[in-house]
Write a protein that binds this ligand. Structure first.
Ligand code: KIV
Length: 275
């Protein structure tokens, strides 16, 4: 039997405690959304630290106008696929609208489903001061929670649209209070979405947990993008989202070439036929 110990990728698994150490060292964190096995494997292989099964799947997978119709079953289904593709990354299930607002008991039950049936290692939920008790109750069940403050898409009707938050002094203090409440409740990390860059910096400096920004400036401890924005798979992206590839036009080109070759009876050729 060989005495060589193979270095398993599990030894390098991103964990909740390792994220806290990364903040202390000043290492930037990366998070992408993922909704299926294939992309989870690709992003995991690219050493993205955190894979979020976001309720943004309502928009980019289901074609809904908002994230509000997404169900817990939807999140659990996609989380299962992502968890199978992730060897290294920490997999986080996004708790959808309605799954944590009714009562802390209901929230704990639903968070347990994300872990037990979905295979996630943590859950994320939106809100600050008003969900602090719920966050603490989920953590008391030994489930790590990531918070999400600033522009919270599940509050679209209260906000009157997807509006940048914290632009005036009152709003700024509200977002800061939310961030502090989430940390005090015991969350291990915090998404900050849609706030001015200097507020993203102030929150990051005033909390001890890692912050992950999306439209919150460069000074957050890490950044997150929706994978469809990263890869150029949507017709429209928010202005803060950078497109790193244009897979949408490559896919359309591939589909057109396929249709042309089928039309000309060039596909399948000998190489792609059984004999
Ligand atoms: O649902 C999602 O994709 C998110 C990210 C934008 C943070 O919550």
């Amino acid at each position: 039997m060989s005495t060589v110990t193979l270095k398993s990728s599990r030894e390098h698994r991103v964990t909740v405690p390792s994220l806290a150490r990364r903040k202390l060292r000043g290492d930037k964190l990366t998070m992408l959304t993922a909704y299926d096995f294939t992309f989870a494997q690709i992003f995991d292989g690219a050493e993205i630290d955190l894979l979020l099964v976001g309720d943004s799947l309502g928009n980019v997978i289901q074609g809904q106008d908002t994230t509000l119709p997404v169900t817990l079953d939807d999140i659990v289904y996609h989380t299962r696929a992502v968890a199978r593709g992730a060897q290294r990354a920490l997999v986080i299930a996004d708790m959808p609208f309605g799954s944590y607002q009714i009562s802390p008991e209901d929230a704990v039950r639903n968070a347990i489903r994300c872990i037990k049936d979905g295979g996630a290692q943590a859950v994320k939920l939106e809100g600050g001061v008003h969900v602090a008790e719920t966050i603490a109750r989920i953590i008391a069940a030994d489930i790590p929670v990531m918070g999400h403050v600033g522009l919270t898409p599940q509050s679209i009707h209260r906000m009157g649209g997807h509006r940048v938050q914290g632009r005036n002094e009152d709003g700024r203090q509200r977002v800061l209070a939310d961030a502090r409440a989430v940390e005090a409740a015991g969350a291990f990390a915090l998404v900050i979405e849609g706030v001015p860059a200097d507020l993203g910096r102030e929150i990051t400096q005033s909390v001890g947990i890692p912050t992950i920004g999306i439209g919150a400036g460069v000074d957050c401890d890490g950044q997150v993008l929706v994978m469809h924005d990263l890869l150029g798979l949507t017709n429209w992206s928010p202005s803060f989202a950078k497109q790193y590839a244009n897979l949408g036009s490559l896919a359309a080109q591939a589909a057109r070439s396929f249709a042309e070759e089928v039309g000309n009876a060039k596909f399948p050729d000998d190489e792609h036929s059984y004999r």
